[in-house]
Ligand binder design. Structure first.
Ligand code: IPE
Ligand code: IPE
Ligand code: MG
Length: 245
């Protein structure tokens, strides 16, 4: 399997860990633990098939609303996974970056995030982006704040602000926009993930619960993507003509 040409960036909402555990009469954290294994598989497959960027939604800005015990296990899991996966990521030439408002995390967790980012910073294989305490609205507002700062400092005029300026301040600035969005777990919503960046992304929803997500599920998503026609506002005929030119 190779990623279709033109498919550079996949973004995934990894949903369904809790239900996976409930179906097995296990505590929710067992689902999150099984979810880490699915992350490992997915990262390896994406690296192998030549995807350039993989962005994963690991913890949303709204997930703090969960019972404190669940939030606690998720933080612990984050900490241990960053520790145990660092060497493997590095060996596989993966570059890891974490996006989101990290200031809410424990200092030790923040330090570990920095350490893995530094360790893998010069790798040139798959770029793995983990979204933690991330919200699409947060991302847009932090970008707006930075632009406002530049206006206050006299470096930019308010009237000059364009989508490109805002884009340049967003968390994924400099990276290709997601071509394919996948949400597992059967829900069909964005849940405050990449609101700005998904403007022209192909959306794919799968019923499979995240811990069960494997190579075949990814292949099914890639096949669905390969059968879509991305028009970006053009007509279908224009797209055909451009393709054959
Ligand atoms: C996604 O699985 C993981 C996180 C949000 C951290 P859920 O925990 O949301 O699983 P369900 O939706 O309850 O099954
Ligand atoms: C979205 O899943 C966040 C992550 C997968 C990290 P949720 O399970 O939190 O989303 P909602 O609450 O069902 O919309
Ligand atoms: Mg969920």
């Amino acid at each position: 399997m190779r990623a279709a040409s033109g498919l550079r960036h996949i973004a995934i909402i990894m949903d369904g860990n809790g239900r996976w555990a409930m179906q097995r009469h296990l505590p929710r954290h067992a689902g999150h633990r099984a979810g880490v294994k699915a992350v490992r598989r997915t990262v390896e497959t994406c690296a192998e098939i030549g995807v350039e960027v993989l962005t994963l939604f690991a913890f949303s800005s709204e997930n703090w609303r969960r019972p404190s015990q669940e939030v606690g296990t998720l933080m612990e899991l984050f900490m241990t996974a960053l520790g145990s996966e660092a060497a493997r990521l590095h060996k596989n030439n993966v570059r890891l970056a974490i996006i989101g408002d990290r200031s809410a995390f424990d200092a030790k967790l923040q330090a570990r995030m920095r350490k893995v980012e530094e360790l893998t910073a010069d790798n040139n294989g798959l770029q793995l982006i983990v979204s933690a305490n991330y919200g699409g609205r947060w991302d847009i507002s932090q970008a707006a704040r930075r632009l406002a700062q530049r206006v206050e400092e006299g470096e930019l005029r308010a009237a000059e602000i364009s989508p490109d300026h805002l884009h340049g301040e967003m968390s994924l600035a400099g990276l290709p926009e997601p071509d394919l969005f996948i949400r597992t777990g059967g829900e069909q919503r964005i849940s405050n993930f990449l609101l700005w960046q998904l403007a022209y992304t192909e959306l794919y929803f799968a019923d499979v619960l995240w811990p069960d997500f494997d190579r075949e599920h990814l292949e099914a998503a890639l096949t669905a993507y390969a059968n879509r026609q991305r028009r970006f506002g053009h007509t279908s005929e224009q797209v055909e003509r451009l393709r054959n030119a």
